[in-house]
Write a protein that binds this ligand. Structure first.
Ligand code: FES
Length: 171
């Protein structure tokens, strides 16, 4: 026993201490598996939550709003109106073939107001020369990153009614 005490380098109190320093960073296979299972479970629950939210999120509901009488607008004529709220400026155009199309007036680049250039039959933004198609609101030229949101119209007799918006899609 005397020989043993002479050879040891650790102090005696370490014999009584419950944690072995060498084992402090040791991770057992069981602990590692537990960590992996819990992490995977957390990620799975998170993804299910995102999926459930996207399933149950509601489509926006737009009001119906009468814009004007169809006969009030000549071929190539325009009418400015606000839809779906009083803050949202829109433009209604009677095209050369007699149909009606309506778009938001807010350019998708930096929100300048677009106007109808009848001679070129397109919507133009004066700020950075962004041009949009009258057919579907798609970008013809310039920096706008997306098409103009389109106002969905219904014709009820002679009345033109806005009933919704179509955003970022060609029609
Ligand atoms: S704001 Fe319309 S093109 Fe820049």
């Amino acid at each position: 026993m005397k020989l043993f005490r002479r050879l040891r380098t650790d102090p005696v109190w370490k014999d009584e201490f419950s944690i072995d320093r060498a084992d402090e960073h040791y991770v057992s296979r069981r602990q590692f598996t537990k960590f992996l299972v819990l992490t995977s479970l957390g990620m799975f629950v998170g993804n299910m939550w995102i999926l459930a939210r996207s399933w149950f999120s509601k489509e926006p509901v737009y009001p119906e709003k009468s814009i004007c009488r169809a006969t009030d607008i000549p071929i190539g004529g325009v009418r400015l109106f606000r839809y779906p709220t009083q803050k949202d400026a829109c433009i209604l155009i009677r095209t050369e073939d007699g149909n009606f199309v309506a778009y938001t007036q807010k350019c998708t680049h930096l929100s300048c107001a677009v106007y109808y250039a009848r001679e070129k039959n397109r919507l133009e933004c004066p700020c950075h020369e962004g041009y949009f198609s009258i057919k579907d609101g798609s970008v013809l030229q310039g920096p706008p990153p997306r098409p103009l949101p389109r106002v969905v119209l219904e014709r009820r007799g002679d009345e033109l009614v806005a009933v919704g918006m179509r955003i970022h899609e060609s029609i």
